[in-house]
Design a protein around this ligand. Structure first.
Ligand SMILES: NC(=O)c1ccc[n+]([C@@H]2O[C@H](COP(=O)([O-])OP(=O)(O)OC[C@H]3O[C@@H](n4cnc5c(N)ncnc54)[C@H](OP(=O)(O)O)[C@@H]3O)[C@@H](O)[C@H]2O)c1
Length: 329
């Protein structure tokens, strides 16, 4: 059985790794938990084992077969050392995603890309993964000419500190105290912030460019037309996305619905008559991506609208990475 290391084991994604490896009965000989010096010595119970968190160093990966990285800047610092020690790295950061030498994999979309890895496999951005799972059956059915996506992203997308900041602001507000912001650029409680990550070319944010460029790489369509607006909302967990798709071929709503219903990793939750549609509250802690509000876009010939929701700590990060590890095994 393989030896596994988790870098960032004390963070939002790292903690989810522990749950998912257990739930999926992932075969593990040694499980090594790594984080920064701040967390060294913390103890974690996992299955019948009592594990200690260690500081990540360049020597941490001796004997490790698969290193699951969810340690932010730890990826640029330590991923190459892990590979040099003989481990395959599955990385949640954006450090290697657009590197042509590194496969960027969503197992429901491009599992075959795992085969050409040279030591590092990248997990896409969380919003990108959720969108890619929903687009895949439409892409296979009718081709995709253009995608317009707007996201409604949970605070946990910014990690442990994002969750704490929303909680602290709601508490301060309820006690009539001043609200302070450190993780997000403005108050996030009772607000929406149309900026995730830094501004880049053309006044798009880095998060928006990730959704464009990573989706093109995953689908192997470098000129797929995609435009994105990414927005932080005061939701603890699960990202939502409003997606408008223009297909290459003329198909009906019912053909798209059928393709989505049969797709791996997707649940169609779409019954307007009974007020059913996906929402973050109900998709949190689930591995599947939920799709609803499927309808024709009457403003163009071959357009459709969808509302897509997925738990970005699970399918948008930890679950996707563990699925990649399963492909490796
Ligand atoms: N949250 C999400 O929804 C999500 C989704 C997709 C991808 N990601 C990516 O996953 C990674 C982790 O995100 P997160 O949300 O779990 O963050 P987080 O809650 O802030 O946790 C960060 C973790 O990384 C550790 N760490 C930080 N710097 C490190 C370094 N230089 N070397 C080793 N460990 C280091 C921290 O250790 P200490 O506890 O010791 O500080 C902590 O365990 C990030 O790259 C993020 O972009 C996150």
């Amino acid at each position: 059985m393989p030896n596994i290391a988790i870098v960032g084991a004390t963070g939002a994604v790292g903690q989810e790794f522990l749950k998912i490896l257990n739930e999926r009965n992932f075969p593990i000989d040694e499980l090594r938990l790594l984080a920064t010096k701040r967390s060294a010595g913390k103890r974690v119970s996992w299955q019948d084992r009592e594990l200690e968190v260690h500081e990540t160093t360049h020597e941490s990966f001796k004997g490790v077969d698969i290193a699951l990285f969810a340690g932010g800047s730890g990826s640029t610092e330590f991923a190459r050392s892990a590979v040099d020690s003989g481990a395959v790295v599955i990385d949640n950061s954006s450090a290697f995603r657009l590197d042509p030498e590194v496969p960027l994999v969503v197992p429901e979309v491009n599992p075959e890309d795992v085969k050409w890895h040279k030591g590092i496999i990248a997990n896409p951005n969380c919003s990108t993964i959720i969108m890619a799972v929903a687009l895949k059956p439409i892409f296979d059915l009718a081709g995709i000419r253009r995608v317009v996506v707007s996201t409604y992203q949970a605070v946990s997308g910014a990690g442990r500190e994002g969750i704490e900041e929303l909680g602290a602001q709601v508490k301060a507000w309820s006690q009539n105290e001043d609200l302070t912001s450190a993780v997000f650029p403005y108050q996030i409680a009772f607000n929406v912030i149309p900026r995730i990550d830094v501004f880049q070319e053309g006044d798009y944010t880095k998060e928006e460019w990730k959704m464009v460029k990573e989706t093109q790489k995953i689908f192997h369509v470098p000129n797929m037309a995609i435009t994105a607006t990414t927005v932080r909302v005061p939701v603890f967990r699960s990202h939502s996305e409003s997606i408008n798709v223009e297909t290459d071929r003329l198909v009906s709503v019912s053909e798209i619905r059928e393709a989505l219903s049969k797709a791996e990793g997707l649940i169609v939750d779409d019954d307007p008559g009974n007020d059913r549609y996906p929402m973050p509250w109900f998709s949190a802690d689930k591995d599947e991506v939920y799709v609803g509000r499927l309808r024709k876009d009457f403003s163009i010939a071959q357009g459709f609208n969808l509302w897509v929701v997925g738990d970005q700590i699970r399918k948008g990060a930890a679950t996707n990475a563990v699925q990649i590890a399963e492909l490796l095994l």
